[in-house]
Design a protein around this ligand. Structure first.
Ligand code: ATP
Ligand code: MG
Length: 578
């Protein structure tokens, strides 16, 4: 490809709407453009990256025994009504009506559609197991579409569904997918971890997430330094950490605390540790308001809370609601004297000695409070988020916490969908049984963004070789120099013949402009044809990842570069063959 012919509109300035690195750089490198909130157009360079990721995903799904299908994006409401998800999927579902006023949705996921297919086509254990997948646009009207490709409303996903005769079969399919996912992300050249995850709304009883490690990740993951334990913080089970408290024999009384609101202010006012302050949060859980108690130094874990309460919607109650149920504004609220409200407390709350709590009266707090005596705890459970340094749930060594981007998610569904939709088969004895299912997703477009979040510097993107839009860019320094142009063209043709993906920057631009664009777009290898080196019969070869430069004699250049490219791709491949 000649850059003079390519639609690759790079931008010098960062568009104001972009918050995260990948969004900024993918826009600036001319790879994507926003069409509307959460909906993007892929330009030629961006589309090439997407195609490469999809190709790796396809190869690994096929290798694991997957068969590719093409499922519809438009899905009839009836199927979703059969599983009950038409009512519970909520506002994330894009719904539409046809001219006869019949209801449809744009597929946010495909459990209903695939199970409907399989219940119609599969009768016997002899036809199982089945692993069916597709790569397609998914539609979710996310509450906060943001960060470019990271959280879109239209995005590309690979989804695979497994159908087995029993739980042992599912275990094998799940393991196959787990391994295939490891291979996919290794082959994309990404640093990732598989972590235990909360199965969430899709249901089922086991799941793992694949996280690309990056500072900007929305998810927090917990790793053990010693054993192999790794989990999403949403899932990591916390033990109560109880240290001997300093008992001051504080009198149980209501204290005037003017302007004191946050945990920190309360702790300072009473000269106690935040561990002695109990904070009270109010949540709207479907149509109920509930109170949640937590030690002052802890963070709530809304996933655990939601699973415990078993509600569909959970959000912090607004100030007006808090005032209505407590009689006080947030900042002075507490658990004493609450009526008609269920109180959920974290496991550590009963251990707090001489607790400080809000008094449900502006500018007042109680001191010297005993949980369970001065107020009741309806449910005591693990409701908090694990912190770095806490003991590993498996081996008790201290854990570390890192940030990650969820690029893949695998679930054991069991018979949740096959039961309700009647996807049954006859076993060897002629008994009719529901198929045992699993589902497995990879966010293809999110993987592209995650790759950028993990591979960039101040100048632009540093694509890992296997998913780079092109392997090599050839840059003649001066377009007016006939000899440079001739050598550049020769190299370009030679590299193409050796099977590489190459562009040549034949634009009549200053060298500085070409170099800036090359760095921004992030071609893994740049070959510069300049007057000085050429005099000595050499060209300059520069690696974008490491910044290493080599001067290579012209006759050897093509073989040298081809070797560099193949070695880098081979490195990711041999990693997965180990
Ligand atoms: P999240 O918690 O980030 O909303 P999810 O649990 O809803 O993700 P799944 O339903 O498991 O996601 O979808 C499978 C994969 O699809 C995810 O692991 C992620 O990589 C990708 N994905 C999900 N939602 C989006 C989105 N809005 N934009 C881009 N990719 C997405
Ligand atoms: Mg989601």
């Amino acid at each position: 490809m000649r850059i003079s012919q390519m639609l690759a509109p790079t931008l010098r300035e960062t568009p104001a709407e972009a918050e995260v690195i990948s969004h900024k750089l993918l826009l600036r490198a001319g790879m994507i453009r926003k069409t509307t909130a959460g909906v993007y157009t892929y330009l030629p360079l961006g589309q090439r990256v997407i195609k490469k990721i999809i190709e790796i995903v396809r190869e690994e799904m096929d290798r694991a025994g997957g068969q590719e299908v093409g499922l519809p994006i438009i899905q009839p409401a009836e199927l979703w009504q059969e599983t009950g998800r038409w009512a519970v999927y909520g506002e994330e579902m894009f719904r539409l009506k046809d001219r006869h006023q019949r209801d449809f949705c744009l597929g946010p996921t495909h459990e209903e559609i695939i199970t409907d297919l399989v219940r119609g086509e599969v009768r016997s254990y002899k036809q199982l197991p089945l692993l069916l997948y597709q790569v397609q646009n998914k539609y979710r009207d996310e509450r906060r579409p943001r960060f470019g490709l990271m959280r879109g409303r239209e995005f590309i996903m690979k989804d695979l569904y497994s159908f087995d005769v029993d739980a042992d079969g599912l275990e094998i399919s799940y393991r196959k997918m787990y391994d295939a996912y490891c291979r996919v992300f290794t082959r994309c050249g990404l640093r990732y971890r598989a972590v235990e995850a909360d199965p969430g709304a899709i249901g089922g009883n086991a799941s793992h997430e694949f996280m690309v490690l990056a500072e900007s990740g929305e998810a927090e993951v917990v790793f053990c330094q010693v054993c192999d334990y790794a989990a999403n913080v949403e899932k990591a089970e916390c033990q109560p950490q109880v240290e001997p408290a300093e008992v001051k024999h504080l009198k149980r009384e209501r204290v005037f605390t003017p302007g004191v609101q946050t945990v920190e202010e309360v702790a300072n006012f009473f000269k106690v540790s935040p561990k002695q302050v109990i904070k009270t949060l109010f949540y709207q859980a479907d149509d109920q308001v509930i109170a949640v108690l937590l030690r002052g130094d802890r963070r709530i874990n809304e996933t655990k809370l939601k699973n415990l309460v078993k509600c569909l919607r959970l959000e912090l109650a607004d100030d007006a609601t808090v005032e209505r149920v407590t009689g006080a504004p947030p900042g002075s609220v507490g658990p004493i004297g609450l009526t008609g409200i269920k109180v959920y407390a974290d496991l550590e709350v009963p251990f707090v000695i001489e607790a400080i709590v809000g008094a449900n009266q502006v500018n007042y707090h109680w001191q010297g409070i005993t949980p369970g005596v001065d107020f009741s705890l309806d449910v005591v459970a693990d409701l908090r988020t694990m912190e770095a340094g806490e003991p590993c749930p498996k081996c008790a060594s201290p854990v570390t916490v890192a940030r990650g981007i969820e690029v893949g998610h695998i679930f054991k569904l069991g018979t949740k969908y096959s039961e309700v939709l009647g996807a049954k088969f006859l076993n060897e004895k002629g008994q009719e049984l529901p198929m045992v299912m699993g589902c497995y997703g990879i966010g293809v477009s999110r993987t592209m963004a995650a790759a950028v979040e993990q591979n960039y510097d101040q100048d632009g993107i540093k694509w890992p070789m296997p998913i780079a839009p092109f392997h090599v860019i050839v840059v003649p320094v001066s377009t007016h120099d006939a000899e440079q142009m001739r050598v550049a063209e020769e190299l370009y043709q030679g590299l193409l013949r050796s099977g590489l993906e190459v562009v040549v920057d034949d634009r009549n631009e200053r060298a500085g402009v070409k170099f800036k664009d090359a760095d921004l777009i992030g071609y893994p290898i740049r070959v510069t044809v300049g007057a000085k080196a050429l005099k000595e019969g050499q060209v300059e070869v520069k690696k974008r990842q490491t910044g290493e430069q080599f001067f290579v004699p012209l006759p050897e250049a093509v073989d040298y570069i081809a070797k560099l490219v193949k070695e880098e791709i081979q490195a990711t491949l041999s990693e997965v063959l180990k």
